[in-house]
Design a protein around this ligand. Structure first.
Ligand code: PEP
Ligand code: MN
Length: 250
């Protein structure tokens, strides 16, 4: 299995379901996205939901399924952490995601700074780039500089999409820091119809990769059904993203 360091030398293409729904589902999606060229599998197990009545994820059981799939497919995995008391569940997780809602959970950031894990720090939808870079400094201050940033859309007056994809942030982050940065066109748009175009904008702006939500039957996805794309669309996105990368790296 390639290390995250090695993957980051080229491109980080993360794909998988918003939420892990069953062992069968995450294994099946994992096989498909790996065959298409994704190099890390995502799957949410602890889900920070706006409503307490919404599905909260399979929790530790979900992480256990994801780890089993990692071993079966020889594919690195990423999943979100919401509580530092859960850290022991993430021993075999390659990249720990800090979600938008926890970007300024400073105690969580400090604790992750004391680990040797790769951290995917998503931008809060209510924070500036400078606040986001300061959040990264909290992790780094603890001694961990294995940080990847992720632009996932911010909240503006625009309501035709779920969030507004701040494509400017990619060049700004590259200018002001040395961090790797990927884009999340799934949450940034909230609409499967716009995921493809937002991905290309991100890659063309110099992003080091993406994280995209995939489902075989998007409408059936327990969480975020409107933004999930099928493996077919991912195939097209990967091919075109590779071409765009080749052009801008010339
Ligand atoms: C997610 O990746 O499933 C997620 C909840 O993202 P965000 O924290 O960006 O909303
Ligand atoms: Mn989601």
């Amino acid at each position: 299995m390639d290390s995250i360091e090695k993957i980051l030398e080229d491109k980080l293409y993360i794909a998988g379901p918003c939420s892990i729904e069953s062992k069968e589902q995450i294994l099946d999606i994992g096989k498909k996205v790996k065959a298409l060229g994704a190099n890390v599998l995502r799957g949410g197990a602890f889900k920070p939901r706006t409503s307490p009545d919404s599905f909260q994820g399979l929790g530790k059981e979900g992480i256990d399924y994801l780890v089993e799939v990692k071993k079966e497919l020889d594919l690195p995995i990423v999943t979100e952490i919401v509580d530092i008391n859960h850290l022991s569940y993430y021993e075999d997780v390659d990249i720990i995601q800090v979600g938008a809602r926890n970007m300024q959970n400073f105690e969580l950031l400090k604790a992750l700074g004391k680990t040797d894990k790769w951290i995917l720090l998503k931008r809060s939808f209510g924070c500036t780039v400078n606040e986001w870079l300061s959040a990264a400094e909290y992790i780094k201050a603890g001694g961990n500089d294995k940080i990847i940033l992720c632009e996932r859309g911010i909240r503006t007056f625009e309501d035709s999409t779920r969030f507004t994809f701040d494509v400017n942030a990619i060049a700004v982050v590259k200018d002001k820091s040395a961090y790797k940065i990927i884009v999340d066109p799934s949450h940034a748009t909230g609409n499967s119809k716009y995921v493809e175009s937002a991905t290309y904008a991100g890659i063309a702006s110099g992003a080091d990769g993406f994280i995209i939500e995939i489902h075989d039957n998007p409408k059936e996805s327990i969480t975020d059904p409107d933004q999930a794309i099928t493996p077919d669309t991912l195939e097209k996105i990967i091919k075109n993203s590779n071409k765009i990368k080749d052009i801008i790296e010339e």
